[in-house]
Ligand binder design. Structure first.
Ligand code: ATP
Ligand code: MG
Length: 256
């Protein structure tokens, strides 16, 4: 890693960038994943690089869905495998969800590397290697495990592709996504849209699981019933606008 010190104003963002580059060097992350991260960074800058209140509401609803699910699956790709392996393993552990490797630019070697990487970070069973079912899609993200994503009732897909998100929703699944672009097809088709950086979102979800796990099924269902995804997307857009406005005014630029 290059010498980034903690007092750098963009420390978190730069460390995240280093982790993605390391992921590429390890053969975990695709080169295209670097570009996707860049798009995420831009949206995060506009959002103010913080978890906004509506994202925390979405994260709590996501936890409620996962805790009430029969077969919840956390889908792992090359970006999340590189950025948040410990958090993916912890979230799976405390919610009882299972991890499944699912890649847009799939190769057996990369599936294997990510699986081994997750195991080195403490994961038990990692699905995705079998790839014994196909969703009705033209690209490799169609390849899933029958006992995993194919039969899951709730799927958490941090950094999803719009096509597959739509397909999973059409199959009747509850789809939870983490995507910093509130207007991506993914964000607009998910059941629960978390507009937050995956690095913050997973830490929050781990904490919320600890808080909510002891609650009754009714109390978890009440969190879901009160949840309004359109409002969450709308609030993310409003927050971005407000953040830009405040930042401009701070710098003496008039917002017209
Ligand atoms: P869609 O297919 O949903 O229309 P897209 O084609 O615009 O989306 P993709 O390249 O499929 O985008 O996926 C990358 C998405 O992931 C982008 O919307 C980007 O903002 C988001 N993203 C990238 N890095 C992060 C991150 N660290 N945390 C959260 N979101 C991220
Ligand atoms: Mg896409």
């Amino acid at each position: 890693m290059t010498g980034i010190t903690k007092d750098h104003p963009r420390y978190e963002s730069l460390i995240t960038r280093e982790k993605i580059v390391e992921g590429v060097n390890m053969g975990i992350t695709s080169k295209q994943g670097l570009v996707a991260q860049g798009r995420g960074e831009a949206f995060d800058y506009i959002l103010g690089e913080k978890t906004i209140e509506s994202a925390a509401i979405a994260e709590r609803a996501a936890v409620a869905y996962i805790l009430l699910a029969k077969n919840p699956i956390i889908s792992v790709n090359g970006n999340t495998g590189a950025l948040v392996p410990d958090q993916l393993v912890s979230l799976a552990d405390i919610t009882g969800a299972r991890l499944e490797v699912n890649l847009f630019h799939r190769s057996d070697a990369r599936v294997h590397k990510i699986t081994e990487h997750l195991k080195a970070h403490g994961a038990g069973v990692v699905l995705g290697g079998k790839g014994d079912k196909r969703l009705d899609l033209s690209h490799d993200r169609a390849i899933v495990d029958e006992e995993g994503i194919f039969s899951a009732d709730v799927v958490l897909v941090p950094l999803e592709d719009g096509d597959r998100c739509q397909k999973l929703v059409e199959m009747g699944k509850t789809v939870i996504t983490i995507d910093l672009n509130p207007l991506s097809r993914t964000s607009l088709t998910s059941t629960v849209t978390i507009v937050d950086n995956v690095t913050r979102a997973l830490n929050n979800m781990i904490q919320f699981t600890k808080d909510m796990k002891g609650g009754s099924k009714d109390s978890l269902q009440a969190v879901i019933d009160a949840y309004d995804n359109d409002r969450v997307i709308s609030d993310a857009l409003y927050s971005m606008q407000e953040h830009l406005k405040n930042k401009a005014e701070e710098k003496g630029i008039t917002w017209i």
